[in-house]
Design a protein around this ligand. Structure first.
Ligand code: ZN
Ligand code: ZN
Ligand code: FE
Length: 730
C-alpha cells in the first residue's frame, strides 16, 4: 500500500487563502472576530460582508493559513454558525495589513440559494431522544441543516416557493418557525411527525431487506439511490447486472467515521471532508482489510465512501450498521430518478423494495465526489452539498450561458463576477440525459432570472450540447475543449498570464480536426499557443478504440516496430490504409494502450477504467525510474516497455515507469517554456499519483502548480472555462 496521504501543505512561501462562508456569520460579531484572529496571527488580507456570503482572504505561510482556518472554525463567535463554506488556495497578492472592507451592496442576489446540508448534531440528538417529539422522525431539520437546493422552486427562498408548500405547519412547528430565538426560526423545510412528510415503508423493514441481500431503492435528498449490503458479493453482483453497470466502482455509505477507518486510510483532511456539511463521497485508499465485497470497486485504487447525511440515512444506518453500496438510482448512465412514479417505473426490475416519501424533489442532485489532493479538498463531481454555490472570478463577465461538453456534463451561467455551475448532469448519450440537460439550463436561467446574451459550447460539432447551442437562436462562441479545461483551472485559481496549461484527457476535438488529449498551451496575451503535444497515433476503429485499448496498443506497435508487430490482420489493414483510423494526441488513449501492453486492462468497461487500473497497479511502489519519452514521442517508450514485458517485469514497475515518464515530460516542457505558473487540467489529472508527483517535481524546480479545487478536472469543469473564454472572444 502507498504511504498514508500527508496533510502537510507545501512550504513555498506566501499563499492566499480565500474562505467564503454562508450561514449566521453576519451581525454576530464575525468580522471583528476574524480581524482580531488574523492580526493576532500576523496574517494580512481582508474580510468582507457581501450578499454572496462572508468572504475572508488571508495571506501568509501555508501552514499558518491552515491553522487560521482551523482556529476560525473552532473559536468563532458562539452565536454564529457556518452552513456552507468553500475554500480556495490562490496566489498571494502581497497584502500589507489586515482590514475590514466596507460591505459590498452591489453584489448579485445569489446568496439565497444554498446547497443541501447534512443533518446537524442537534437535530440528530433530537431524533435519537425518545422524549423528543421528533424521535426517529426522518425529516427532521433546522435552520442549520437539511435540504435547500433540492426543495427550492423559486426565489426568494420561502416555504410557499419550496416543495414543502403542500405541508401545513402544525401549531408546534409554527411556533418554532416564527420564534426568532428558536433554532427553527424560518427553517423552510421545518416538519414533524404530525405535519410533515411521511415514509411509504418503515426503516426497520428496509433494514430487513438489506440484511436479506435485497436491493433497495431509497428516495434520498437529490434523487433515488440504490442500496445493497456491501459485504454481500452475490448481492452486489446482482445490482451490477440489473443496473447494467459492469465494473464502474460503486460508492459506499458507512455508519460512522470509525467504521470508515476500519476499511480505509483516512487522513485528518479526509476526515474533515467526510464530516463536512456537504458530506460528499470521498475517494479513500483502502487499507486492505477484508470485508467489502470485491465487486464494489475492482478497478479503482480508491474506495468512494460517504457518511449518512440525511435523517433517513442516519436512521437506516442505525438499523443496519454495516457498509452499504449507495449508488444513483438509474440504469447505467441515465440521469438519477427524482419522482416517485418515475422511479417505480424505471427501477422496477432493478430494486426489490422501495423506501419512498411524499416530499417532492425539485431538481436532481447526485452525491458529490471529492478527494484530498496535495493535502487539500478537490471535487471530482460537483453536485449535492456544493451546487449552486457561486465560483467567484477576478473579472466581470457578460451574460454567457456555457453548455459544457458531452460527458459528465454541467452547464454554467455567468452573473457578472460570479459563475454558477450547475450540479452534475451526466453523459448526454441518452434522450433522458438530454432532457435533463435542457431542464438544467431552463432551471438555472429561471432561478437566477438570467437571460443569456450568448452561448458558449464545445468546438465538437456533434456534441448534443453543441447542437443545442446552434438551435438556441443566440450568438454562439465555440471553445476548443482543452483550452476550456485550462481556462477553467486558471480562472478558479485566479492565475494571471503567462502560464503553462497542461490539458490531458481522453478525447476532445482539436482545431485541426485531430482528436486531442495530450496538449500543452502557453497562454499569453489572451492567446493559446499549442507549444507541445503527444506524438499523434492512429485509433484503428475510431470510437471502438476508445473502449478497446488493445487497438491503440496495436497502433503504437505498428508505428514503432512495423507491420510484423501486429497480429490482427483486419486491424493491420485498417492501419495500413488509414481507414476509420483517426489521428489522436490523447494521453488518455496512451494510458489505454499501455494498460493493454502491460497486461493490466485490455479494454475500458467505463470511461477511464484502464487508466485507473494502471494507477492502481503501481501499488505502493516508489522510485524515480522512468521510460524515455523525449518531447512527447512515445516510440522510445514503447520500445523500452515491450522489452520490459518480454523480460517479465511486473506490471507495477511498468506502470510506475510509465507514470514517471509522463511527469518527466511535463517537467521538461515547463522548464523549456520558463514560466512560473503551471495549470494541470483534464480527466487524466484525476490520477492521484500523476498529480502528486508532477506537483512535487515542478515545485522543486521553482514552478507554482495549480490544480482544480472547487471545479472538477474532468469535463464537469469545462463549462466554467467556456464561459471565461467566450467572454474574451466576443
Ligand atoms: Zn439541524
Ligand atoms: Zn409539525
Ligand atoms: Fe476533457
Amino acid at each position: 500500500m502507498k504511504a498514508p496521504p500527508v496533510d502537510s501543505p507545501r512550504a513555498t512561501g506566501a499563499q492566499r487563502l480565500r474562505l467564503v462562508l454562508h450561514g449566521a456569520v453576519q451581525g454576530v460579531g464575525f468580522r471583528p472576530f476574524v480581524y482580531r484572529l488574523a492580526r493576532e496571527m500576523g496574517l494580512t488580507g481582508w474580510v468582507l460582508n457581501s450578499s454572496a456570503g462572508l468572504v475572508v482572504e488571508v495571506e501568509g505561510e501555508a501552514a499558518e493559513l491552515e491553522r487560521f482556518r482551523q482556529r476560525l472554525e473552532a473559536e468563532r463567535p458562539p452565536a454564529s454558525y457556518i452552513l456552507a463554506r468553500e475554500q480556495s488556495w490562490l496566489p498571494a497578492k502581497g497584502y500589507t495589513e489586515f482590514r475590514i472592507l466596507p460591505s459590498d451592496e452591489a453584489a448579485e442576489k445569489t446568496a439565497a440559494v444554498l446547497p443541501d446540508l447534512a443533518t446537524c448534531r442537534e437535530c440528530l440528538a433530537e431524533m435519537l431522544d425518545p422524549a423528543n417529539r421528533r424521535y426517529l422522525y426522518p425529516f427532521t431539520n433546522c435552520t442549520r441543516c437539511g435540504p435547500r437546493y433540492t426543495i427550492i422552486l423559486d426565489i426568494p427562498y420561502d416555504r410557499p416557493r419550496t416543495t414543502m408548500r403542500g405541508f401545513t405547519l402544525c401549531d408546534d412547528c409554527r411556533r418554532e418557525y416564527t420564534d426568532p430565538a428558536d433554532r427553527r426560526f424560518h427553517a423552510q423545510p421545518n416538519a414533524c411527525p404530525r405535519c410533515g412528510p411521511r415514509l411509504t415503508a418503515t426503516v426497520a423493514q428496509t433494514a430487513g431487506e438489506l440484511a436479506a441481500g435485497r436491493i433497495v431503492a431509497l428516495k434520498g435528498i437529490g434523487g433515488f439511490q440504490l442500496l445493497v449490503d456491501a459485504r454481500n458479493e452475490e448481492a452486489v453482483q446482482r445490482l451490477r447486472r440489473r443496473k447494467r453497470r459492469e465494473e464502474k466502482p460503486f460508492a459506499l455509505m458507512m455508519p460512522s467515521l470509525d467504521m470508515v477507518r476500519q476499511y480505509c486510510v483516512v487522513s485528518e483532511a479526509e476526515a474533515e471532508l467526510l464530516q463536512s456539511p456537504a458530506a460528499p463521497i470521498v475517494l479513500l485508499r483502502p487499507n486492505g482489510r477484508p470485508g467489502i465485497a470485491p465487486s464494489v470497486a475492482r478497478s479503482s485504487p480508491y474506495l468512494g465512501v460517504m457518511l449518512p447525511y440525511s435523517p433517513l440515512h442516519h436512521l437506516l444506518m442505525r438499523a443496519f450498521p454495516h457498509p452499504i453500496v449507495a449508488t444513483s438510482g438509474n440504469l447505467s448512465d441515465e440521469p438519477i430518478a427524482i419522482d416517485n412514479d418515475e422511479a417505480v417505473a424505471r427501477l422496477t426490475g432493478v430494486a426489490d423494495f422501495f423506501l419512498m416519501h411524499d416530499r417532492p424533489i425539485a431538481r436532481p442532485c447526485d452525491d458529490s465526489v471529492a478527494r484530498v489532493v496535495r493535502g487539500r479538498p478537490s471535487l471530482v463531481r460537483r453536485a449535492r452539498g456544493y451546487a449552486p454555490l457561486p465560483i467567484a472570478l477576478d473579472r466581470e463577465l457578460p451574460p454567457v450561458l456555457a453548455v459544457g461538453g458531452h460527458l459528465k456534463n454541467t452547464v454554467a451561467i455567468a452573473l457578472r463576477r460570479q459563475v454558477i455551475l450547475s450540479q452534475h448532469v451526466g453523459d448526454l448519450d441518452t434522450l433522458e440525459a438530454r432532457n435533463a440537460f435542457e431542464r438544467a439550463i431552463a432551471d438555472l436561467c429561471r432561478l437566477y432570472r438570467f437571460q443569456p446574451k450568448l452561448v458558449a459550447c464545445d468546438l465538437h460539432p456533434d456534441y448534443a450540447s453543441t447542437r443545442w447551442a446552434a438551435r438556441s437562436g443566440l450568438p454562439v462562441v465555440a471553445i476548443q475543449h482543452h483550452q476550456a479545461h485550462v481556462a477553467a483551472c486558471a480562472a478558479e485559481n485566479e492565475i494571471r498570464e503567462p502560464y503553462l496549461g497542461v490539458a490531458w484527457d481522453g478525447t476532445g476535438y482539436g482545431t485541426d480536426g485531430v482528436v486531442w488529449g495530450g496538449e500543452f498551451f502557453l497562454v499569453e496575451h489572451g492567446r493559446f499557443e499549442r507549444v507541445a503535444h503527444l506524438r499523434p497515433f492512429r485509433l484503428p476503429g475510431g470510437e471502438a478504440a476508445v473502449r478497446e485499448g488493445w487497438r491503440a496498443a496495436a497502433s503504437l506497435r505498428y508505428e514503432t516496430f512495423g507491420a510484423g508487430a501486429v497480429g490482427d490482420t483486419p486491424l493491420l489493414r485498417m492501419l495500413e490504409r488509414g481507414v476509420n483510423s483517426p489521428w489522436t494526441t490523447s494521453v488518455g488513449r496512451l494510458f489505454d494502450a499501455v494498460a493493454a501492453m502491460a497486461g493490466v486492462a485490455r479494454e475500458n468497461r467505463f470511461e477511464g477504467q484502464a487508466a485507473m487500473m494502471l494507477e492502481r497497479a503501481i501499488g505502493g511502489l516508489e522510485d524515480d525510474e522512468a521510460y524515455p519519452m523525449p518531447h512527447g514521442d512515445w516510440r522510445p517508450l514503447i520500445e523500452a516497455l515491450e522489452d520490459d514485458v518480454r523480460r517479465g517485469l511486473p506490471a507495477s514497475r511498468i506502470a510506475l515507469r510509465f507514470h514517471n515518464a509522463l511527469v518527466n515530460w511535463i517537467v521538461e516542457v515547463a522548464a523549456r517554456m520558463g514560466v512560473r505558473d503551471v495549470c494541470l487540467s483534464g480527466g487524466v489529472f484525476q490520477n492521484g499519483y500523476l498529480v502528486e508527483r508532477a506537483a512535487a517535481l515542478l515545485e522543486a524546480r521553482g514552478h507554482r502548480v495549480w490544480t482544480h479545487q472547487r471545479v472538477p478536472p474532468n469535463d464537469g469543469g469545462i463549462a466554467l472555462g467556456q464561459a471565461v473564454l467566450a467572454a474574451e472572444r466576443i
